[in-house]
Write a protein that binds this ligand. Structure first.
Ligand code: GUN
Ligand code: FE
Length: 422
């Protein structure tokens, strides 16, 4: 599969700068980028070219953390803090996915929204139910995105209607689900998903560690999101020095396996140091952190200290899957944190936030988020012609405005690993 697309190509040049090339060609060879060219080299002279004219071509975005079942109630309950919000909104909704007919309706809507969005890669929480999780995986596979999907583990402190009956039952269901799905799909893979420490007994966490070793799977969970949650974890894990240390003691905090931790709003020096040492990815979720009054994460610090950071919508604590909104929210949150909390950590620039949304999270999936040769061909094409302006604007300015203003209605094409989705 050899082809090129043509347009205004914008992509990170390094962590500080976006580079925009006017009227250029992006060549795809077997799903992988072969480079950006101002004129097509001789060897590509016969290539089929799709010309997107004056539109903007940028790398696809990675959503490093979101909850598929919560898509149903996005925009509701945005005046609560985490623990009350879970009890009032998240748990009752997630319980409905025991019914496959409901899951089918809800996940069809979710997968359709993901297909139309700027997101090309995602790490997704399902619910504790195996049949509904497998259904979600089928729908994600059909959507064309490349994703990890996790059957959630939770065997304590949940409501009776959404709690596995024992660690053993949870582990057996998880192992069955892994065996059924690990080689079933081309684009969709399982990821171990202990909800967070308050939801998982020691026995369950130790069992999940055994599954990491047996099946070489990545792990995703939540970390240092909210004050009450952090206190709760400290009361449950008295020996741990901090929240991340508790995961690490179970062997579920990266190091020998890929690991995503959502939020990291209140991560201190020691936790950040351990994340860096273990290569843990922070899934920065600025919309969620504002909506649930969790706080403003030290994203500038994580970024500048070279901890892996990706961007996340955290549907439904974040109200939209549109990652452009999360880019703007990340910049805003970093500004408030700079002004109100820590004057030493400068706010994110647009170019840095763009890097986090594309390359930062993309790294969890391998060579993803750049148009350099060897990177997977994930691209979105933005038609910003309806974002009107009377004055001349450069390509960088047009992209900047699109990131603040555009949504899926401005996308006119999307490619994942070389396949065109629309
Ligand atoms: N912590 C544990 N579960 C959840 C969840 O569903 N959403 C968020 N934002 N945090 C959590
Ligand atoms: Fe979450």
């Amino acid at each position: 599969m050899l082809f090129a697309i043509k347009g205004n190509i914008c992509c990170s040049e390094d962590i500080e700068h976006i580079r925009c090339v006017e009227n250029a060609y992006l060549v795809c060879e077997d799903g992988v980028c072969a480079g950006v060219f101002r004129a097509l080299p001789e060897r590509y002279a016969a290539l089929p070219v799709t010309d997107f004219g004056d539109k903007l071509i940028v790398p696809g975005m990675t959503d490093l953390h979101l909850h598929a079942p919560q898509f149903a109630f996005r925009g509701l309950g945005m005046d609560m803090e985490l623990m009350d919000w879970l009890k009032t909104y998240a748990f009752p909704e997630e319980a409905k996915y025991r019914e496959l007919a409901y899951a089918d309706r809800a996940y069809t809507q979710f997968a359709d929204a993901m297909r139309r969005s700027a997101t090309t890669r995602a790490a997704i929480f399902a619910t504790l139910h195996v049949p509904a999780t497998e259904l979600l995986m089928e729908k994600m596979e059909d959507s064309g995105l490349i994703s990890y999907v996790g059957k959630v583990n939770m065997d304590r402190n949940g409501p009776e209607y959404l709690c596995e009956t024992s660690a053993q039952a949870s582990l057996e269901a998880t192992e069955r689900w892994i065996c059924e799905t690990q080689s079933k799909f081309r684009r969709t893979r399982p990821i171990l998903t202990p909800r967070f420490i308050p939801s998982c007994t020691d026995e369950l966490m130790r069992g999940l560690r055994r599954l990491v070793e047996k099946y070489h799977l990545p792990v995703q969970s939540h970390l240092s999101e909210n004050y009450s949650e952090i206190e709760f974890v400290q009361s449950l894990c008295r020996d741990s020095k901090f929240y991340g240390d508790a995961y690490d003691r179970y062997g579920l905090f990266g190091g020998d396996h890929p690991c995503i931790m959502a939020h990291c709003v209140h991560s201190g020096e020691a936790e950040i140091k351990l994340m860096k040492k273990n290569g843990v990815f922070a899934a920065h979720s600025p919309l969620s952190n504002a909506n649930l009054s969790s706080g403003a994460a030290p994203v500038g610090k994580l970024f500048r200290e070279f901890v892996n950071v990706g961007l996340a919508s955290d549907i439904a604590a974040g109200e939209t899957e549109n990652l452009f909104r999360s880019i703007a929210a990340a910049i805003r949150a970093s500004k408030l944190r700079w002004r109100l909390v820590d004057q030493k950590i400068y706010p994110l620039t647009v170019d840095q936030a763009f890097y986090i949304a594309t390359v930062g999270g993309g790294k969890f999936f391998g060579k993803v988020g750049l148009f350099e040769p060897g990177y997977e061909f994930d691209a979105i094409v933005i038609d910003d012609s309806t974002i009107t302006h009377p004055q001349e604007l450069g390509l960088h300015e047009r992209l900047e405005r699109a990131l603040y203003i555009a949504d899926e209605r401005h996308l006119c094409a999307k490619y994942v690993a070389g396949s065109r989705l629309f």
